[in-house]
Each structure stands twice: as structure tokens, then as C-alpha cells.
Ligand binder design. Structure first.
Ligand code: F0G
Length: 423
């Protein structure tokens, strides 16, 4: 076996096929791979992944399972539950780059909203649901601000497992709750916030043996690592100066850090990029801990229009701190108004993304303003979710605003002359 479960701080080890999510001392677990063994077994190199053609379920795959050797090396292909996640585009945009004051050739947006259920969660879900099935779990659960529940629902349907999702009442965008219902998962609307739901899931795992597919599940993070590797492959392994992305439960922060650490250890990259994690001002415990040199995490009652990241007690905090140390990373916070402005620019560029994703670009804008990101640097922003996840925010912006990029509809009669006025 090339992989084990390993406690983040103490290094206590457990077998990879043991159903557990924390060490006996309560620490988070990593999936730890024997990188030296894998390097020599597969002759891992940049060219290896550039030349490799991967086939999953009889189809050319790419994406998450293109990196199977560094995700779940000992897994038999026949066990993989996949919807061909990944292979997302790396966009460039003249208008957004100009608005930010970055060079067009050096600013990229990796669109994870192009995954099968419309968010990056699918990258983690394919790995975690595969493991749930392999470990003979019957019911899978999650707490969610929406996207995890949509993804779990679709993958549970595919895998033939019972899915139960907990979502906070009144705080999940309509696109996401629609998916959970439509894909046939049991949707429990909790009279509480996301952090309450998350506490219930952790308790249900301990007391009811319900298998959680939240990012405390270390297999989720193994899949999400591939966002970074796929981007590096798209950039011909040229390391950007910055990766910028939103932080909520801090699963991506943790997974991306691990991806870069492993890439560096394997010699796939020769320097580390820097992270800029962006939080919404009303849901910014990580930002405040960063400002306090990570002395402690103070949880908060979260509030932001970007409901996907409306989280006040992030479960992956210890792993995220480690990732920031590895990447000399920073954390910034942006207001809802800044998120909406950035979203208007991304949407108007014809790319589009849900509000939480747009915190990425609002953060880039702010960090350029403060001089932290330099105009000549190469920046990769991660757009985490699809524009159609949260149509209500779009309708509210364009119907009711008169400023900025607001683009309200016009009512006309069925008369060609009225149309002509708009030409
Ligand atoms: N962006 C989107 C669109 C998300 O859905 C989430 C998290 C994040 C960013 C934050 O990522 O947790 O890795 O820091 N959504 C979770 C959910 C919490 O339940 O769908 P993170």
C-alpha cells in the first residue's frame, strides 16, 4: 500500500481502509502517499502527465483521474465512480484583466463551475464516493451551503447509495437546492446555520456511523488537489506568482496546499506560488486569525450575500494554516458590494460565476490596490461555481440597480419600431 491516513500534527498513522475522520486525539487526517515509492513506480515527471492518455469507464478521461497515481494510486479502475469531472477551462479575459490592471496574457480564470454538477465539489466527490462504496457504506451525508449537497446527490444517485443532506434554512441558492431535490437525495432543511449543520454531521458520524462527504473526509481533498495540477499542466508547468480563491470551510485551501507541496517534493515544480485566500467580510474567521498571526481561531456568526461561503467555523482550519505557511500565503476580506461589482465584470465578460467565486476577483482587485499583487505578476483565479447556481442574486442586481454594469430588461410592445430604438 502506498497510502495511509496520517494525523496532521502528531503524524499518528491509520490504515487507508479504516473508516475514520480524526485521530484518537481529534486531529484531522491526511491521505499520505509514499511519494518516493510512487515516483519510482511510475517514473513521475512533467512529461509523464503531459503524454499520458487516461481512460476511465471506457472513455478518455483527463481531469481528476488523469492524476490517479497521486490521488488514489492503489485503487482498481473498476471501482471508480466518475462523471468525468475536471478538464475545466482556463479562461482569459481582456475586459476583466483591464479592470483589474493586470496583463491580459498573465491573468487566468480556472472555471470549476464547468464540472458535472456546476462546482469544484465534483472533483472531491468522485474520490470520496468511490471510497464510500469501496468501504461498504450504505448512507452518505453532508452539511452544505448548497454545492456539496448538489454534488453528493448526483454521485449518490450514480453509485446507488442513500444520500442525506443537511442545509441551513433560507440560506441556500435556488439552483443548488433544486439539484439536491431533483437528483433524489433526502434534503433536510435545518433551522440553524451551516455551522450547526456541520456539527450535526460530525456527531452523526460518531454516533450513527453515517459516512460524511464534507471536506473533513480526506478523500475529498485528494480529488480537489487536481485543480492545481491541471492548471499547472495547462500552463505547461510554468508556476504562476499567485493562486487566488475563496475560503469558506477551507477545504480548497488545504487541498491546494497539499497539491503544491507534493508537486514540489516530486520535482514537478521548482518553486512555490503564493496563495491569496479571499473571505467575505461577514464570514471571515480565517482572515481574522491570519491578522492575529494564527494565534487562535475565533468563530463567528456568518453573514454574506455569497451564501456558499457563509461559514463561521471552518473545519479545515489546521490544514489551511499549514497550506498558508507552505505558500507564504495571505488572506484578504472583501465586502458584499465588492463581490457584486467583481461578479458584474466576470458575468459581463461572458464567463459568469456564482457570488462566492467572484470573491476571488474582488480579492485580486483589492490586493492590486494595496500593492500586494504587482501588475506584472501572473495570477490564476479560481472560479468555484457556475453562474446559474444563484440566479436570484443576478435578478436582484440587474432589475433593481441603476448604476455600475446593471443591465435591466426592457418591456416593449410587439412592434418592430420599438425594437429599432435599441439598434
Ligand atoms: N465557492 C463555492 C462556490 C463553494 O460552494 C464553496 C463551499 C466555497 C467556495 C468554499 O470552499 O469550503 O473549500 O473553502 N461550499 C461548501 C458547500 C461549504 O457546502 O457547498 P471551501
Amino acid at each position: 500500500m502506498s497510502s495511509i491516513l496520517k494525523a496532521v500534527h502528531s503524524g499518528t498513522e491509520y490504515p487507508i481502509d479504516q473508516v475514520r475522520f480524526t485521530s484518537d486525539a481529534g486531529e484531522l487526517l491526511d491521505v499520505a502517499h509514499d511519494l518516493d515509492e510512487l515516483r519510482s513506480r511510475y517514473k513521475i515527471s512533467r512529461e509523464y502527465f503531459q503524454k499520458k492518455r487516461s481512460i476511465i469507464n471506457d472513455q478518455p478521461s483527463g481531469g481528476v483521474w488523469h492524476f490517479k497515481e497521486l490521488v488514489m494510486p492503489d485503487l482498481h479502475d473498476d471501482h471508480i465512480v466518475s462523471k468525468m469531472e475536471g478538464n475545466t477551462r482556463l479562461y482569459r479575459s481582456r475586459s476583466v484583466a483591464a479592470w483589474l490592471g493586470l496583463k491580459y496574457e498573465k491573468f487566468f480564470l480556472k472555471h470549476e463551475g464547468e464540472n458535472p454538477t456546476g462546482s469544484f465539489k465534483d472533483r472531491g466527490m468522485t474520490v470520496a464516493i468511490t471510497m464510500a462504496k469501496l468501504l461498504r457504506q450504505k448512507a452518505v451525508t453532508c452539511a452544505s451551503t448548497g454545492n456539496t449537497s448538489a454534488s453528493l446527490a448526483a454521485y449518490a444517485a450514480e453509485a446507488g447509495l442513500t444520500g442525506i443532506v443537511l442545509i441551513p434554512k433560507g440560506n441556500v441558492a435556488v439552483g443548488k437546492i433544486s439539484q439536491a431535490l431533483a437528483y433524489g437525495t433526502k434534503t433536510l432543511v435545518v433551522n440553524g446555520d451551516f455551522d450547526d449543520c456541520m456539527r450535526m454531521i460530525r456527531e452523526a458520524q460518531e454516533r450513527l456511523a453515517a459516512y460524511p462527504l464534507n471536506s473533513i473526509n480526506p478523500f475529498r481533498l485528494e480529488g480537489q488537489k487536481t485543480i492545481i495540477w491541471e492548471t499547472l499542466l495547462q500552463l505547461n508547468w510554468k508556476v504562476p506568482d499567485w493562486f487566488v480563491f475563496p475560503g469558506g470551510n477551507l477545504g480548497n485551501t488545504s487541498a491546494f496546499g497539499k497539491a503544491l507541496f507534493e508537486a514540489y517534493e516530486l520535482g514537478l515544480i521548482d518553486r512555490m506560488p503564493r496563495f491569496a485566500v479571499i473571505q467575505a467580510a461577514g464570514a471571515s474567521p480565517f482572515y481574522r486569525a491570519y491578522k492575529d498571526h494564527f494565534a487562535s481561531l475565533t468563530t463567528q456568526k456568518a453573514d454574506t450575500i455569497a451564501t456558499a461561503i457563509k461559514i463561521g467555523d471552518p473545519v479545515n482550519y489546521p490544514k489551511a494554516v499549514r497550506a498558508l505557511k507552505w505558500t507564504n500565503g495571505i488572506v484578504e476580506s472583501v465586502t458584499d458590494e465588492e463581490i457584486l461589482e467583481a461578479k458584474a465584470y466576470i458575468d459581463a465578460a461572458g464567463i459568469g460565476a456564482e457570488p462566492a467565486s467572484c470573491a476571488t476577483v474582488a480579492g485580486v482587485k483589492k490586493l492590486i490596490g494595496s500593492g500586494e499583487i504587482k501588475p506584472k505578476e501572473t495570477v490564476v483565479g479560481i472560479l468555484t461555481g457556475n453562474i446559474l447556481k444563484d440566479p436570484q442574486v443576478i435578478v436582484d442586481y440587474h432589475f433593481h440597480r441603476t448604476t455600475g454594469l446593471a443591465n435591466p430588461p426592457h418591456d416593449i410592445e410587439a412592434d418592430i419600431q420599438q425594437l429599432q430604438m435599441f439598434l
